[in-house]
Design a protein around this ligand. Sequence first.
Ligand code: NDP
Ligand code: MG
Length: 383
Amino acid sequence: MKRIVVLGSTGSIGTNALEVIKNAEGKFKVVALSGHKNHKLLLEQIREFTPECVAVGTEEGYKEIKAEFPNMRVYLGDEGLKELAMLKDYDILLTAVSGAVGIEATVEGIKNSKRIALANKETMVAAGSYINRLLTEYPKSEIIPVDSEHSAIFQSLLGGKKKEVEKIIITASGGTFRGKKKEELEKVKVEDALKHPNWSMGKKITIDSSSLVNKGLEVIEAHELFGVDYDHIDVLVHPQSVIHSMVQFKDKAVIAQLGAPDMKLPIQYAFTYPKRESNPVFETLDFMKMSTLTFEKVDNETFKGVELAYRAGRTGKSMPAVFNAANEVAVELFMKGKIGFLTIYEIIEGAMDRHEPVEINSVETVKTVDGETRNWVYTEYGK
Ligand code: NDP
Ligand code: MG
């Protein structure tokens, strides 16, 4: 039985992970859970999964959990995620919090020589080079991607050797606004951006999908996870989201992974790899219900999220951390109605233009760059 710590259990990936665990016939045991503001859901999860300890983001949540479970170890605030990652007796750390807040916990999980089932792509974008260095220092630790594209690439790479890879092709649904032009995007509302055609996800990543910044983050994530340079990573719009991504090898063979648009499979695969296991909650892909699979180029004129990410990635050093932090604040301001949709790109570009890249040697450097970028965006756009 694999023992699992779930960071971000109250979110979209977190609840999907608990579905996987519940239906996996005793293959997994939940050791710890974390929620931030939604302590009501966290309480329900504690009752159902009986973890040994939990972390929560609010005082109110802390008090309610303690009142019902007086003997349980409960951590309050940012340190909680780290504390859970540092527990000794577990096998897999699922990092499913949203945003750069996941970095320190991931670092502790690696230092603790654990398997990291990585959903929190912002960690790999903001701190990828540092994380990769740590992985060589702690060779018993490993990262298995949960992001569906990266899980697909990870699975496809098993079809050949690393030196035989010609390129990685990351597929993109194109998001809610696929086909729209700049003029139409000027007035879109938060509700519009939150309607994703294929996937049900947390709010931040859904907005990121609409702006294609999510795909940009995924390009950098792929570079960091698989060590493939940016000239050999392509993005291809595939609106049906059936092919989750592909790898083209030197002999032009293309190996892809296909499946229903459901995160449960990549989540469980990150738990069971190198094995594959059945689970009654998995959907069978019905080819007869699929009329066509189509492909398009990314409209980089309108959706700048991908090109800005290539620029950040190619610049390297701390630039991807700036790309990520500027976007996180931009999305927050857009959701609060303080900026228009297209201003998201303006903010990312502005933050990158003014940044002098530095080498990322520690979590502190990432935090400094992240903090400076956030402050600049709040000062310029947050009033
Ligand atoms: P959600 O917004 O649904 O969930 C985020 C989780 O993180 C919640 O448990 C939330 O707690 C917690 N959280 C938020 N802020 C903080 C904080 N400051 N400190 C501690 N915990 C916090 O996000 P998703 O599940 O959609 O995404 C999670 C990660 O997985 C992201 O990095 C995303 O990019 C990635 N991902 C998601 C996919 C998806 O299908 N959803 C697909 C691929 C990758 P609470 O709700 O209690 O406040
Ligand atoms: Mg993805």
